[in-house]
Design a binder for this molecule. Sequence first.
Ligand code: NAP
Length: 299
Amino acid sequence: MAGIIIDGKAIAEKIRAQIKKEVEELKEKGIIPGLVTILVGENPASVSYVTAKQKTAHELGFYSVQENLPENVSEDELIKLIFKYNEDPKIHGILVQLPLPRHINERRVLYAIDPRKDVDGFHPVNVGKLVIGEPCFIPCTPYGILYLLAETGVQVDGADVVVVGRSNIVGKPMAILLMQKRKPVGNATVTICHTGTRNLAEHTRRADILIVAVGVPKAITADMVKEGAVVIDVGVNRIGTTPDGKAKLCGDVDFDSVKEKAGYITPVPGGVGPMTITMLMKNTLESAKAWAGLPSEVA
Ligand code: NAP
């Protein structure tokens, strides 16, 4: 029997409605969550991500600013702009769209963001807090996946989770979150796989929950998946153009074959993607609450 498709769009809509409601309540107290997105250059994928983030921020009633810098902007100029927003009381979240051009040191730029406005959760202060289990900004993609897993109702506590990919923005934080003693989505036994893993399929076939973030189209095929497993496909691979000129996307999982074997599966698009943007908004909202001295999940 085919697996249940996890509708990330619908789940994201539900969370966004809750955020919007909270934004309206905050406005009555004179607080407006503020987000700045900083884009360097004109990489088409980055432009579309930033546009989507701005559109969502606007729809939810945030104060939002879009900064477009030329491809050849200097590292110092970019950092100067970040410092400006670090000091701006109307801004509670600063997002620098990655990747940055090669002449810019990404690490120096991300470290320049005030950790209290680091809504992407990439600053080492937030990474450190995540590891020791303190309130912090959780990176948006793994944060969204926690919600997707919760929606399935599948027991994560004690489950065998395999995360394929060890990037700082997806794989590592995902693995850390799921092994934390946090309920209801946590306390799992987590294995992390990468290009050094000897027999990938041997690991993935053991997974009750399989999370794939490798950036390789259809890297996971049905023979690598356990019957009834929850399969979360983070991959976004551009594999051509649709007749109406849009990017044709596919995930890291061979959806058509794996959906016949999985218990639950996320589609691409419409699975993890909508959650990532939503959790960015959630982090910005929580940041605004923390800056106002209200109870917040990030402080
Ligand atoms: P990344 O930084 O390129 O990391 C990829 C990871 O996968 C690395 O750890 C790499 O191992 C591992 N890997 C690559 N090929 C592998 C293979 N054949 N077998 C096992 N491991 C392999 O990528 P990322 O930033 O985590 O992103 C992964 C994918 O998710 C991309 O398609 C990206 O576009 C997508 N993504 C989507 C969202 C969303 O919101 N939907 C958000 C973020 C990323 P090594 O460390 O050994 O090199």
